[in-house]
Design a protein around this ligand. Structure first.
Ligand code: FDA
Ligand code: NAD
Length: 426
């Protein structure tokens, strides 16, 4: 049993949706394109799962957040794929790939053949078991990567309102879920090994700004330690979380966000791997010229930094996917991907954006006792990164442009004094 397509996108997440839209814009013929996804639904905007999806009042639900609404583009419903002759093979896991023979084998036993493959397999959540702790499969322990995880979290939260929630991990999932748990009237404690939240991106001062607000909402922080074990009741539900420093925290819900691993395993030994992802050139093409990689799974050259990076954010997934399609359909015309890294988050009434790289010296600006704060990062005499909380569109555009331009910065004190004006003047 088998089918053959000109273009196959493996993975049905954010990148797949944006690639599909770009294929139709560039004129793919009906029957040429297929998307294979383990998930049972058409591509959707994954960021909604830790934000609107978890709201107690008027939560977001599909079909409202199918791609590509997150970039103010068309919402691609299952009907849209049908109308455009794009084959959506949903609820189907690919279990092996042979890039030389250009075949994929599904768990259902079907062989799907491609001329060009776009790998858009994203990533999986790291499990506590990988850190030596057992109990991840307890009914009240929640991860958050896909719709099934989000539904489980909604159910568990709903049935334990007013109870204790322990959030393991102080990164994106930890911060966004802790805010949602508070909004759902849970008593929240966050546990993470670093000295402050969002250690991969925030400076201690930025982290303190958000942590103070979380504390004002009743969130408690236990830092510098990790989980060592769970206690369970006779139904197998977690009742408390034991930390390595000896603390015991009562728990009705546990949310775990301890990082991800890119889904590269199908291609290891067949394609070059770098920075934990599948290495591509500036056209998003892997070490096999018929195979492209995009989104969380791709490690690509970031011109601005002059090095290969793997990014785990939605804007990168969208734009790398669009770039791969342009490269496949018009290889002569397609430029090298020139990407400015962009991350954002929204929690409570906060909303921040970050552009570039958080390398070098950090210079803060704004009102750290108010609602607008910001920071620049300066490395080797140039501005390389910018962060702004509570900006307007014009202000975010200004910090993005300033980061792209990489202006020389000689005097950090002057930069601090100018603050946002520095970017607005560029
Ligand atoms: P994505 O994970 O979206 O899709 C991968 C797809 O491949 C899935 O459908 C998966 O089932 C499928 N797949 C994998 N292996 C397969 C196989 N063998 N066979 C078949 N199918 C397979 N970013 C940001 O910038 N701002 C934000 O606010 C957020 N918020 C956010 C919230 C939550 C809850 C998560 C989990 C993530 C975010 N992100 C984010 C990150 C962002 O969502 C992420 O970078 C993109 O979804 C990456 O898109 P991809 O298409 O690469 O992977
Ligand atoms: P992350 O890398 O942001 O944070 C992982 C956190 O896990 C670290 O901050 C650390 O505190 C913690 N940690 C690591 N090992 C631990 C251990 N043994 N015990 C306790 N804590 C431990 O990853 P995440 O928060 O799990 O997010 C998963 C993915 O989803 C990432 O790719 C992220 O970019 C993406 N995401 C992005 C956004 C956004 O951009 N706004 C929002 C949600 C999710």
């Amino acid at each position: 049993m088998g089918r053959a397509f000109v273009y196959v996108i493996l993975g049905g997440g954010v990148a797949a949706g944006y690639a599909a839209l770009e294929f139709t814009r560039k004129g793919v013929a009906p029957g040429e394109l297929c998307i294979i996804s383990e998930e049972p639904v058409a591509p959707y905007e994954r960021p909604a799962l830790s934000k609107g999806y978890l709201l107690p009042e008027a939560p977001s639900r599909l079909p409202s957040f199918h791609t590509c609404v997150g970039a103010n583009e068309e919402r691609l419903s299952p009907k849209w794929y049908k109308e455009h002759g794009i084959e959506l093979v949903l609820g189907t896991r690919v279990i092996s790939a042979d890039v030389r023979r250009k075949t994929l084998l599904t768990a259902a036993g079907e062989t799907i053949t491609f001329k060009f493959l776009i790998i858009a397999t994203g990533a999986r959540a790291l499990k506590l078991e990988e850190f030596g702790v057992t109990g991840s499969d307890a009914p009240n322990v929640c991860y958050l990567r896909n719709l099934a995880d989000a539904n489980r979290l909604v159910d568990v939260m709903g049935s334990r309102s007013g109870g204790n929630a322990v959030v393991i991990g102080g990164g994106y999932i930890g911060m966004e879920c802790a805010a949602s748990l508070v909004i759902n009237k849970m008593n929240v404690t966050m546990v993470f090994p670093e000295p402050h939240c969002m250690a991969r991106l925030f400076s201690p001062r930025i982290a303190a700004y958000y942590e103070e607000f979380y504390k004002s909402k009743g969130v408690q922080f236990v830092k510098g330690t990790v989980l060592s074990s769970f206690d369970f009741d006779s139904d197998g539900q977690v009742t408390s979380v034991n930390l390595r420093d000896g603390t015991q925290l009562p728990a009705d819900v546990v949310v775990v966000g301890i990082g991800i691993r890119p889904n590269t395993s199908l291609f290891e030994g067949q394609l070059t791997v770098d920075k934990g992802g599948i290495k591509t050139n500036g056209k998003m093409q892997t070490s096999n010229t018929s195979v492209y990689a995009v989104g969380d799974v791709a490690a690509f050259p970031v011109k601005l930094f002059g090095e290969t990076r793997r990014l785990e954010h939605v804007d990168s997934a969208r734009k790398s996917a669009i770039h791969a399609v342009a490269s496949i359909l018009d290889p002569q015309k397609a430029d090298e991907f020139d990407y400015l890294p962009f991350f954002y988050s929204r929690v409570f009434a906060f909303s921040w954006q970050f552009y570039g790289d958080n390398a070098g010296d950090v210079v803060h600006f704004g009102d750290f006792s108010g609602s607008r704060i910001g920071a620049y990062w300066v490395s080797k005499g140039h501005l390389v990164g910018s962060f702004l909380e509570g900006g307007t569109k014009e202000e975010y555009d200004a910090i993005a442009l300033a980061t792209k331009v990489k202006p020389a910065v000689e005097d950090l004190a002057k930069l601090e004094e100018l603050g946002l004006e520095f970017a607005l003047a560029i």
